[in-house]
Design a protein around this ligand. Sequence first.
Ligand code: SME
Length: 157
Amino acid sequence: MPVGPAEQEAALRQVDALLGSALRPEGLTELCRFLRRAFAHYTWVGVYRLEGSTLVLDGWDGEQATEHVRIPLDQGLCGKAAREDRTVMVGDVRSSPEYLSCFLDTRSEIVVPVRAGGRVVGEIDVDGQSTNAYDRTDDAFLTEVARRLGPLLARPA
Ligand code: SME
């Protein structure tokens, strides 16, 4: 029996939900919201996707929106993490010359690359309000989240 477009769409939505809601743009926002609610020291959580040589904010959760919705690879802690393909952790952003300021009350930041097929396709960016808020357990955890995000961010939007 043929399946109509509406049924197909509904079925695909179920498949997406089963595979991970991050397949949809709002799914990334939901992921950020989940992470922020789960961990009190994650004050602001965002996911950037690498588009050419620009990081584009695809989803976020926090009290305030950031003005940095597009970050060139040669700028900020975000640019550095993607460029150098490694986690960047800063215990006090006030002492980091590379830091691109978003929120007045941010003290710590951790940026973890998202990889797919051996290359950087995006990153998870987390801001915190206390100094030295993050350590290697956050790095390990966010690296696991990033591993799950890889195939999803690698898809064309
Ligand atoms: N602070 C970042 C910019 C992004 S905001 O924190 C959301 C940076 O230095 O690249």
